[in-house]
Design a protein around this ligand. Structure first.
Ligand code: BV8
Ligand code: ZN
Length: 244
């Protein structure tokens, strides 16, 4: 059966549907993904630039990478894939959206119930007192700013070796365990604990829809309906089937 028809039927009959998104959903917004040929990690190895130990060891070096990444994100706009998920939410067919992305594009596209599993690059946070400030890109400083409590602030993103914010962790696990349908979009399924969410949902009997340009570790073992292609095309097509 046509995977779009299968996926649309599952969505229509699902009482609680959630989405899990990764960098691939923002690829058509011009944001490079992490892995893959021209991925961010090819230029900036994650163990040098995206771990909390690297940040603590040399904040200025890592700060320069985050400013550059935030500047790339700053100029980007949502693409039809982001709008398709926002439309499903507006249709009452998507309860929550868990994103690994830090680009804020789901919020800009109109999704309301977004769980930022890996934080948000447009904010700074104090590791000590949790005070947050918006990241002011016009301040191209060489070093991160200090919090009023005297501690060096950091980008409000979850770096490797840092814990997922506890509220996001608990709420996402609850949703994965109780949903009837989960749409996983544009993730290589390499990063934990985010990569556990579709597995958890499948174990609890949910119907898994996967949208990706290529197969992943989920496709053979977790996915029921694989929508192959760019999410900017597959997700609007899926919404069309749901409406049809
Ligand atoms: C933690 C920060 C514990 C911001 C990120 C060994 C085994 C298992 C786990 C570990 C291990 N060693 C270490 C760990 C833990 C580690 C981990 O999982 N490492 C991996 C690499 C093995 N995890 C952690 O450290 C996590 N924390 O475990 O803490 C702890 C507990 C208590 C107290 C202290 C500590 C923290 C993980 C979060 C790290 N932060 N990002 C940022 O840089 O964005 S992760 C980074 O990878 C991004 O957030 C990104 O979202 C995430 C996943 O990547 P993807 O989104 O999947 O993107 P990717 O490029 O990989 O793939 C893109 C996909 O899109 C591809 O499939 C492609 O085909 C597809 N695609 C492309 N174009 C399109 C498309 N699809 C559709 N349409 C298109 N057009
Ligand atoms: Zn502080």
């Amino acid at each position: 059966m046509d995977p779009f028809r299968l996926a649309a039927e599952a969505l229509k009959s699902s009482g609680l549907t959630i989405a899990v998104t990764g960098a691939g959903i923002s690829a058509e917004s011009g944001i490079p993904t992490f892995r893959g040929n021209d991925g961010i990690w090819t230029k900036y190895p994650p163990d040098e630039y995206a771990t909390i130990d690297a940040y603590n060891a040399d904040p200025d070096k890592v700060w320069k990478f985050w400013l550059e990444l935030a500047a790339t994100l700053g100029g980007s706009q949502p693409n039809p894939a982001h709008y398709a998920l926002a439309e499903l939410e507006a249709m009452g067919k998507l309860e929550a959206l868990i994103t690994q992305n830090i680009d804020n594009l789901h919020e800009v596209a109109g999704s309301n119930n977004v769980i930022e599993y890996h934080g948000n690059a447009h904010w700074l946070v104090c590791p000590r007192c949790r005070h947050r400030d918006p990241l002011d890109l016009s301040q191209q400083t060489n070093s991160p700013p200090y919090c009023f409590c005297g501690t060096l602030m950091k980008p409000d993103v979850v770096m490797f070796g840092e814990a997922i914010p506890s509220q996001a962790l608990v709420e996402s696990a609850r949703l994965a365990e109780t949903c009837n349908c989960l749409i996983v979009v544009g993730t290589s399924a390499q990063v934990y604990p985010a990569a556990r969410l579709p597995v958890l949902a499948r174990q609890n009997g949910a119907f898994i829809i996967e949208a990706n340009i290529e197969e992943t570790d989920f496709t053979a073992s977790v996915t029921h309906a694989f929508l192959k292609g760019p999410a900017g095309e597959t997700l609007p097509k899926l919404v069309g089937y749901v409406k049809g």
